[in-house]
Design a protein around this ligand. Structure first.
Ligand code: UFG
Length: 327
């Protein structure tokens, strides 16, 4: 059985769907603070928090878990600056409890959700896994702290982990049956599509005076299904090589904020109103990953890497669920 923590969240719910598709038995743990029960399409569901040791002990005692895919975390950059205690508590302490329980139950395979935020302001583009890691916010710091903690858990207890450093995850299940529903929504593509639906008046572009082709920030958008597929490959890697590793997951292609708005207008077939606003604090001008290592060592290949596919699958979800899971 595979345990998915945070399995009711945006990425976690796509992971649960993919695991079920591939015939795995799945156990889901989510505290439903941000996740949606309706997003979990199957498996055995436990509502609870990783900070609750007794709860975790019970989940491991009741299920024959062979590997863990760990998404559960707080992940808002701005909030992490305001409230670092929450981030160290939920992310670092929560993961410590998880790992402690895993080791106690002799579960020694972990796929961990890390982030491009571990790099901070990049020194090279595309970013390589061995580039300098200097996070510029507590969110990135907590993810980096966990990666370092896992390294020592491997040394001492033989816990093998694959840490996946995500770039900008977007898109949805190709049929739009599950998708992105954050409250508050901070990510560009959902905001652009909510504007297309008239739920928002306009998109505020955070600055057009960056040193890029059109002055707006460039990001590496990766499709959520491709990202989840990389997690399956990471589990196979742990199975086959019994070795820990750290991998970037991105598209290798950068798109500017304006390019996203233009492509989204094409996909939805109408103009999407926007306005240029001030820069958002802490935004690096360009973040693009090299995912060569994941391609070579995990055998990962993307299927949905065009911006058009990413946006049109997201649109499938948003246009049929304008208020997310609420309806
Ligand atoms: N943007 C806008 N207007 C908006 C929202 C976003 O112009 O209303 C811009 C941002 O300034 C940025 C780009 O669109 O240039 C993408 O922004 P997102 O908020 O969608 O994503 P980020 O690149 O800020 O965040 C991602 C992940 C985080 C991770 C971070 C690392 O979502 O988890 O990369 O820097 F921490």
């Amino acid at each position: 059985m595979i345990l998915v923590t945070g399995g009711a969240g945006y990425i976690g719910s796509h992971m649960v769907w993919l695991l079920l598709e591939k015939g795995y038995d799945v156990v889901v743990v989510d505290n439903l603070e941000k996740g949606h029960r309706k997003a979990v399409l199957g498996g055995k569901f436990y509502s609870g928090d990783l900070k609750d040791k007794e709860f975790l002990e019970n989940v491991f005692a009741e299920n024959d878990i062979s590997a863990v895919i760990h998404f559960a975390a707080s992940s808002l950059v701005g909030e992490s600056v305001q409230n670092p205690i929450k981030y160290y508590y939920n992310n670092v302490y929560g993961t410590l409890n998880l790992v402690e329980t895993m080791i106690k139950h002799n579960v020694k395979k972990l796929v961990f959700s890390s982030t491009a935020a571990v790099y901070g302001e990049p020194e090279n583009i595309p970013i390589l896994e061995e580039d300098k890691t200097e996070p510029t916010n507590p969110y990135g710091e907590t993810k980096l702290a966990i990666e370092k903690m896992l390294k020592w858990m491997d040394v001492a207890y033989g816990l093998k982990f694959v840490s996946l450093r995500y770039f900008n995850v977007a898109g949805s299940h190709p049929d739009g049956i599950i998708g992105e529903d954050h409250n508050p929504e901070t990510h560009l593509i959902p905001i652009v599509l909510q504007t297309a639906l008239g739920i928002r008046e306009k998109v505020i572009v955070y600055g057009n005076d960056y040193n890029t082709k059109d002055g707006t920030c460039i990001r590496d958008y990766i499709h959520v299904v491709d990202l989840c597929d990389a997690h399956l490959k990471a589990m196979e890697y742990l199975e086959k090589y019994d070795k820990s590793g750290i991998f970037n997951l991105g598209n290798g292609m950068g798109f500017s904020v304006m390019e996203v708005i233009e492509k989204a207008s094409e996909v939805v077939g109408k103009k999407i109103p926007y306005e240029i606003g001030p820069r958002r604090a802490g935004d690096p001008s360009i973040l693009v990953a090299s995912s060569q290592k994941a391609q070579e060592l995990l055998g990962w290949q993307q299927k949905y890497n065009s911006l058009e596919t990413i946006i049109s699958t997201a649109w499938k979800w948003h246009s049929t669920h304008p208020h997310g899971y609420e309806e």
